[in-house]
Design a binder for this molecule. Structure first.
Ligand code: K1U
Ligand code: ZN
Length: 167
């Protein structure tokens, strides 16, 4: 397994759309294993392949306390949404920024596992928010893009300062 580098906003590659996975092979399992290790190390509760510069529709999520219940969502599609939610979100690609985002309260999602088996999830609470956040990543959208222009400008300035300090 390997720790992958997480792209930092405003890296342009975070805006690339991911492609559907058509081959369920050892390379896919290896990517999933690396993504899980990277998510746990960050630490985070979710990670989309886009964030590690892989343009494939792959997401890992683990909301368990013990970090022992990873969910793998390949080619996820939201088939139903209901209700309204306004919950604070964070993002491993935008460290130190936490903002409320308007989302659906509940989602129904169809996805495949890393062997290609199709399954359906009915999610609410943090799982619903996390799934919507990660699917946005696969479409090239970062959560800060839901915020006001003013907030986006401030976040951009903060991220550029952080990047300068890292150099
Ligand atoms: O996509 C990502 O960058 C991962 C992100 C997922 C997420 C969290 C909360 C709301 C929406 C989406 C994170 O994991 S941010 C870090 C975080 O929330 C966390 C970190 C350690 C312990 C518990 C939570
Ligand atoms: Zn994120």
């Amino acid at each position: 397994m390997a720790l992958l580098r997480i792209l930092q906003y405003p890296d342009e590659r975070l805006h690339l759309a991911a492609e559907r996975v058509t081959v369920f092979d050892e390379a896919l399992k290896s990517l999933v294993a690396d993504m899980k290790e990277t998510m746990y190390a960050a630490p985070g509760v979710g990670l989309a392949a886009t964030q590690v510069d892989v343009q494939k529709q792959v997401i890992v999520i683990d909301l368990s306390e013990a970090k022992d219940k990873p969910m793998i969502l390949v080619n996820p599609e939201i088939t139903a949404m209901s209700g309204k939610s306004d919950v604070e979100e964070g993002c491993l690609s935008v460290p130190g920024i936490f903002e409320n985002v308007d989302r659906a309260e509940r989602v129904t999602v169809t996805a495949q596992d890393d062997e290609g088996n199709t399954f359906e999830i009915h999610a609410d609470g943090l799982l619903s928010i996390c799934i919507q956040h990660e699917i946005d990543h696969l479409k090239g959208k970062v959560f800060v893009e839901y915020l006001s222009r003013l907030k986006q400008t401030r976040i951009l300035a903060k991220m550029k300062k952080l990047a300068r300090e890292r150099m």
